[in-house]
Design a protein around this ligand. Structure first.
Ligand code: NAD
Length: 473
């Protein structure tokens, strides 16, 4: 084959693969394997994602905007379908709330605009320049939870590929159908907008060993582990760069200066959203004694049932097994849980609250992931803060405070040290929009990156020129 034939073959391959023309000569990409984005083995999925990642960066940055727009479009079009599929498959959450989750992930995940290049003139002893740019890691292995299957694919794909990476997904086996369905649709949107095939990949069937293989694979540059403590712990011991987005146990403190009616409304909305399966939702209420009865009264006025002591014990006996939360009841509707405990409530009940007498109550200590909330009563604001810090377990995740005292709010935020502190609003008010920080579905409290955006998935690189290029005298 002479050189022209080779060139023609490459061009045809690029057209077939929907790959944009490489910007620089000499950077022709290796050929993609047949098939994809779902492969028989994790090794094949990684190999294809590696090729696609090179094609993606070779194609330049401009195309990323159009690709991300196409992902937003198809995700919005499928928001309802994926919400229904997720509830049907996982048995967790509420369709109406999952639709909102998919829409938020589609509309508010930051894209390539999040990356910024910084340039400094007159560095190097007043005679030179410095450019700091954000480079992709390469292939990311993304481990995803069953609690947010589709929004995780939408959000992780947008933010990770915006930064120039490709992604190999390792979905939760209990959410495999909806995760892979959304993955294929998002993949096809990337290709339709001119991106390479297999920029996001996975395997046809889930296998718990895939995570182990990915974590030690030479072509995987970064592990993004979103889930409970076990998987974050495993990932952090892999020896690779890890973004660990682990559990949360967010406390919501209510003090005696708060607008109690508003606090109750916000708590009901936040703590019942998608049946409390989001990591950042209110899991524990801590209220000052002076306003505790008022708060319980306001909660009862809303779509919330306040359990008496005996009912609370029945619900606790139902949902706690051997000191742990019964996974079978996680994400179930409040009415389903209460009825199983023999408490007759309306079917559309959103939340139940009970006064817990002990901080060591399992629903205080464990992330319950269900719309049943313990409320701890304390005598002082300082005690509320100390307790909130203890029950948050130093996950550095999320905390809420309802107060109108700015000194107390400041003190709370400094002490609790979480990634997000939400003031006078529900947990679900924390998500930024496209112009205000963006939404994050991978809150990396464990490893410190916090609410992730495209720049979280970049390596900082510097180009330093000594002796010239400080072009303004
Ligand atoms: P999970 O820990 O059961 O599973 C999470 C992922 O890890 C899944 O893909 C699962 O297959 C994998 N996994 C778990 N154990 C593994 C093992 N031993 N080997 C290989 N893979 C393993 O969590 P879940 O029930 O799917 O999700 C709920 C949890 O995730 C909650 O704790 C929630 O707080 C947390 N979460 C955190 C964030 C965040 O941004 N910090 C976001 C969503 C969910």
């Amino acid at each position: 084959m002479n050189i022209d034939e080779k060139l023609i073959e490459q061009i045809v391959r690029n057209v077939v693969n929907n790959v944009v023309t490489p910007k620089s000569a000499g950077s022709a990409s290796p050929a993609q394997p047949a098939g994809g984005p779902l492969f028989d083995t994790i090794e094949e999925a990684i190999a294809a994602a590696k090729i696609a990642q090179k094609q993606w960066v070779d194609g330049g940055k401009d195309i990323r905007y159009g690709v991300v727009e196409q992902i937003r479009k198809v995700s919005l079009a499928n928001a309802e379908k994926w919400a229904k599929a997720a509830v049907a498959e996982t048995g967790m959450g509420r369709v109406e709330d999952k639709i909102i989750k998919n829409i938020v992930a589609a509309e508010r995940s930051l894209g390539p605009e999040d990356l910024e290049i910084k340039s400094y003139s007159r560095c190097c002893n007043d005679n030179g320049s410095l450019t700091v740019d954000m480079a992709p890691y390469g292939v990311i292995a993304a481990i995803t939870p069953m609690t947010n299957p589709a929004p995780m694919v939408i959000n992780n794909t947008i933010i990770m590929i915006s930064a120039g990476n490709s992604v190999v997904y390792l979905p939760h086996p209990s959410a495999i159908k909806v995760t892979l369905d959304s993955l294929v649709v998002v993949h096809d949107a990337i290709v339709a907008a001119g991106g390479p095939r297999n920029l996001i990949t996975s395997t046809k069937t889930p296998n718990i060993d895939n995570a182990k293989i990915a974590m030690s694979h030479k072509d995987v540059s970064l592990i993004c582990a979103t889930g409970g403590p076990a998987i974050v712990d495993i990932a952090m011991r892999s020896g690779k760069k890890v973004l660990g987005a682990g559990p949360g146990n967010p406390p919501a403190v209510v003090d005696d200066t708060a607008d109690i009616a508003r606090a109750a409304r916000e708590i009901i909305y936040g703590a019942s959203f998608d049946n409390n399966i989001l990591c950042n939702e209110e899991k524990i209420l801590i209220c000052m004694r002076a306003v505790a009865d008022k708060l319980l009264g306001e909660l009862a006025k809303g779509n919330c049932y306040v359990l008496n002591n005996e009912e609370a014990q029945r619900v606790t006996n139902l949902v706690v097994k051997n000191g742990e939360i019964d996974k079978k009841l996680m994400g179930k509707d409040c009415a389903v849980i209460l009825k199983q405990a023999g408490i007759n409530v309306r079917d559309d009940l959103r939340l139940a609250v009970f006064v817990a007498n002990d901080e060591m109550h399992p629903l205080v200590q464990h992330e319950q992931l269900m719309p049943v909330l313990p409320l701890l009563v304390v005598d002082s604001f300082e005690e509320a803060v100390r307790m909130a810090c203890r029950v948050e377990h130093n996950f550095k995740h999320t905390a809420m405070i309802h107060s109108n005292n700015i000194e107390r709010i400041t003190y709370f935020a400094q002490e609790i040290n979480t990634t997000t502190v939400q003031v006078n609003g529900s947990s679900q008010r924390t998500g930024g929009d496209l112009h205000n920080g963006g939404t994050s579905w991978t809150i990396a409290g464990a490893t410190g990156e916090g609410c992730t955006t495209p720049r979280s998935f970049t390596r900082q690189r510097r180009l330093s020129i000594y002796g010239s290029m400080n072009f303004v005298k």
